[in-house]
Design a protein around this ligand. Structure first.
Ligand code: PBG
Length: 324
């Protein structure tokens, strides 16, 4: 006979006890569903590298949001797919008053006032260079980009955005956007800053969805080096000081340590973006019968939350909403 006084297995002996002591639980309230909108009507086209995820025209997008709402989803993040001929060096389409993305935002907000509507602020969907900033002689210029991001933010706030999501990684953009929003009377519009956004290969399928891949080079002069952790603290400190309401880490799964670090060191909520490549990997393996995609997705999201994320942006939101 062994005398073992501490037997942690006792707390795992039944489903009821396991559920009773479970520390982290997912809820549909945690999730933001990223969605893609395209100009036109009657369009619903699947993103080939993201099975189950579609680009909708605004009319069908509204129908889809009704379905999401019935499933309990309360927040979406909308990204636009712009045709190549509308793009230019300065992303001027991004703040043209009657551009389809801004009209789609207004339509969503009018029809679904209770849905929290997040938007994306960055030049890449509208840029003929496919970069998040203004390109001059191959260089991504910081301060001229801020002016464009500012105009884009005001236009989106006017159109009905509840949360502005600057995903560009330019220096000083949160402070600049906060100031402009306040001056324009949008002091209630929130900012979820892409605080620690890494130069990652996990964004591939998203760039397919938006047809927004960079035309040259990469994004390493603005997005963070995956080898760095302390640098995330600097970015977070700046975003907090500049007025961000949420700090985001992106991607999520390979950056759980960064989520945990920011959650330990800052008191505003940390969000994590479970990005397109993370979604595509699970779907591909599931389709091959190599793993159970549903269970894997639930485990991934639980891990992201356990690491310290209060909010998770995930393409799995719709399919899992009924189960959590
Ligand atoms: C671009 C942007 C990207 C994503 C969100 N906003 C891609 C990039 O930086 O190239 C990626 C989202 C995903 O992969 O799901 N501003």
């Amino acid at each position: 006979m062994f005398s073992i006084s501490r037997r942690p297995r006792r707390n795992r002996k039944s489903g009821a006890i396991r559920d009773m002591i479970q520390e982290t639980r997912l809820s549909v309230n945690d999730l933001i569903f990223p969605m893609f909108v395209v100009e036109g009507t009657g369009i619903k086209s699947e993103v080939s590298s993201m099975p189950g995820i579609y680009r909708h025209s605004t009319d069908l997008l509204l129908e889809e949001i009704k379905e999401l709402q019935d499933l309990g989803i309360r927040a979406i993040d909308l990204f636009p797919n712009y045709a190549e001929h509308t793009k230019d060096r300065l992303a001027s389409e991004s703040y043209r008053e009657d551009t389809f993305y801004l009209k789609a935002l207004t339509a969503v907000k009018e029809k679904f006032p209770d849905i929290t509507l997040m938007t994306d602020v960055a030049m890449d969907p509208y840029s003929s260079d496919g970069h998040d900033g203004v390109v001059v002689n191959g260089e991504i210029l910081n301060d001229p980009t801020l002016e464009i991001l500012g105009k884009m933010s005001i236009a989106q706030a006017k159109a009905g955005a509840d949360i502005i999501g600057p995903s560009d990684m330019m220096d000083g953009r949160v402070g600049h956007i906060r100031q402009l929003l306040d001056e324009a009377g949008f002091s209630n519009t929130s900012i979820m800053s892409y605080t620690a956004k890494y130069a990652s290969a996990f964004y591939g399928p998203f760039r397919d969805a938006l047809e927004s891949a960079p035309k040259f080079g990469d994004k390493k002069t603005y997005q963070m080096n995956p080898g760095n952790k302390r640098e995330a603290l600097i970015e977070a400190q700046l975003d907090l000081e500049e007025g961000a309401d949420f700090l985001m880490v992106k991607p999520a799964l390979s950056y759980l340590d960064i989520i945990s670090l920011l959650n330990d060191n800052f008191d505003i909520p940390v969000a994590a973006y479970n990005v397109s490549g993370e979604y595509a990997m699970v779907k591909a393996a599931d389709r091959n019968g190599w793993l159970d995609g549903r269970k894997i997705a639930l485990e991934i999201l639980l891990s992201i939350k356990r690491a310290g994320a209060k909010v998770i942006l995930t393409y799995f939101a719709k399919e899992l909403a009924g189960e959590i």
